[in-house]
Design a protein around this ligand. Structure first.
Ligand SMILES: [Zn+2]
Length: 277
């Protein structure tokens, strides 16, 4: 049987604002409602950032706690993945929410350029975030903005800084970082299988108009798919996406096209080796 496809919904991110698309959920209650719709549409992972009331990004553990609690209540079983990304804070503030013991957290293991700045992930901070994830039994999702990040994850796994087989997300289409390049994408898959085994799971995210492109590449190649308003606010070139759920639905339709069953939350937990909800 074909491997079920896990759909991750990146609901908010740290960049898009209401002015870009009024459907971007900003407050915790908006985030819970938007995630609930996406969960019903087929998403089994919620990738979460939190915002201040003025929409600026924050890493405030209290906001993360309120969101996590709401999601666990309203989307029972759904995998909660909190971002330790660097646009919302600096240094160890980026990992202050890991003691909440979410199922998963994102982990960047190297630096690269972003549209207007350097995305700085110094080695000592990466190691500290990874150690906090081990301490609190949080499964990392490795955000690979570059090939070197996949090899770095392998090194960290080999020497025990990452506990289980790394689950890598290929991120493509961020301005000034890796574009959506099919040959590179295929080499990423090959590298993951060479380093982590033929059964190793991986996923992919594309930014902006690349979102649907990466959904199609991942779903047709046996990977898992990320969608959501964090990465892309449009449903097509001229139309804003009405909701996170609408983007999830588009990924579900892509799974139908390639005859990939959409993973339930229980299947997703099993595939990723996560504790039962
Ligand atoms: Zn994110």
């Amino acid at each position: 049987m074909t491997k079920p496809c896990i759909i991750c919904v990146a609901i908010t991110g740290s960049v898009p604002r209401k002015e870009d698309n009024p459907a971007v959920p900003i407050t915790v209650s908006e985030q819970i409602e938007s995630t609930h719709e996406a969960f019903e549409a087929g998403a089994s992972i919620a990738h979460c950032h939190v915002r201040n009331d003025d929409q600026t990004p924050t890493s405030d553990p209290e906001k993360f706690a309120a969101l996590k609690e709401g999601l666990e209540k309203h989307c029972p079983g759904m995998i909660v993945q909190l971002s330790t990304g660097g646009r919302s804070g600096a240094g160890q503030a980026r990992g202050g929410m890991l003691s909440l013991r979410p199922d998963m957290a994102s982990l960047s293991v190297g630096s690269n350029n972003f549209p207007t700045r350097v995305y700085e992930n110094p080695p000592d901070l990466v190691d500290w975030l990874a150690s906090e994830m081990i301490k609190h039994e949080v499964k990392p999702e490795i955000e690979a903005f570059d090939l070197s990040h996949i090899l770095q994850a392998a090194k960290m796994h080999a020497d025990g800084r990452i506990k289980d087989t790394p689950y890598v997300q290929f991120v493509m289409g961020v301005k000034n970082a890796m574009p959506a390049d099919r040959d590179v994408f295929d080499f990423y898959i090959k590298t993951v299988h060479r380093l982590f085994g033929q059964d190793a799971n991986w996923c992919a995210a594309g930014i902006g108009a690349n979102q649907i492109v990466l959904n199609e590449w991942a779903i047709s190649s046996g990977g898992h798919a990320r969608t959501g308003l964090e990465d892309n606010v449009r449903i097509d070139r001229n139309t804003l996406a009405p909701s996170n759920a609408a983007l999830v639905k588009r990924a579900v339709e892509m799974c139908e096209k390639y005859e990939r069953p959409v993973a339930t939350w229980a299947e997703a937990r099993d595939i990723l080796g996560l504790r039962a909800a």
